[in-house]
Design a protein around this ligand. Structure first.
Ligand SMILES: NC(=O)c1ccc[n+]([C@@H]2O[C@H](COP(=O)([O-])OP(=O)(O)OC[C@H]3O[C@@H](n4cnc5c(N)ncnc54)[C@H](OP(=O)(O)O)[C@@H]3O)[C@@H](O)[C@H]2O)c1
Length: 172
């Protein structure tokens, strides 16, 4: 089995120790400490599509499992960003950044990497969403941008699933 993981937050131990996984491709913008022989790390800046294109060209084999674990809720330091407590806190640039990372980046990854799922066996493409992306479950309010971006992600993934069902019946 070959796995592509777009992460940093996600613990790597399970994947590095699993005997079922022969090759592991890790994507992040920062270096990764936990390493093993079967892992290959790609430094990818998701703001730059060229990096994704290069990485997808470099990976020649089929991928059985793709996990997208990046996400943006808050950011400290330069360009600080916080989840909105109320409407007054809403800022368009921050909202667009959160939407880009949480909803658009998974779409770009899907564009480049869904063709790498095998068609002759089961495979999985997944992206971590959040319960706060649920519209019916929103009873507390706040976090406008994060909630909306995860709701958008859910719709993107649902729509990808419909398209994929026609092209690759074994993919989940
Ligand atoms: N933690 C929770 O309670 C919770 C609950 C529900 C859903 N989720 C979702 O689960 C996923 C993982 O959550 P987490 O708590 O593990 O988050 P996290 O620790 O903040 O990890 C998110 C990762 O996304 C990466 N990232 C953010 N912006 C990026 C960019 N522009 N380019 C490249 N990488 C970028 C960060 O990389 P750097 O290390 O380089 O900054 C970070 O390692 C997210 O999608 C989150 O929304 C989390």
């Amino acid at each position: 089995m070959a796995l592509l993981a777009v992460l940093v937050g996600l613990s790597l131990r399970f994947f590095t120790q699993s005997k079922n996984i022969e090759n592991l491709y890790l994507f992040s913008r920062s270096p990764i400490k936990q390493y093993c022989n079967k892992a290959r790390h790609f430094c990818v800046d998701f703001q730059n599509e060229e990096g994704l294109a290069k990485a997808s060209e470099a990976i020649k084999e089929k991928l059985d499992l793709i996990i997208i674990a990046i996400g943006l809720l808050h950011k400290e330091g330069k360009g600080e960003l916080k989840p909105e407590k109320n409407l007054k806190d809403f800022q368009s640039q921050n909202a667009l950044e959160v939407y880009f990372i949480n909803a658009v980046v998974p779409m770009l990854i899907a564009q480049y990497f869904l063709p790498k799922l095998p068609t002759d066996r089961k495979s999985v493409f997944c992206a971590l969403s959040a319960r706060v992306g649920s519209i019916s479950d929103n009873h507390l309010g706040g976090w406008y941008s994060y909630r909306a971006s995860k709701a958008a992600l859910n719709q993107m993934i649902r729509t990808i699933a419909i398209e994929l069902e026609r092209k690759n019946k074994n993919a989940i």
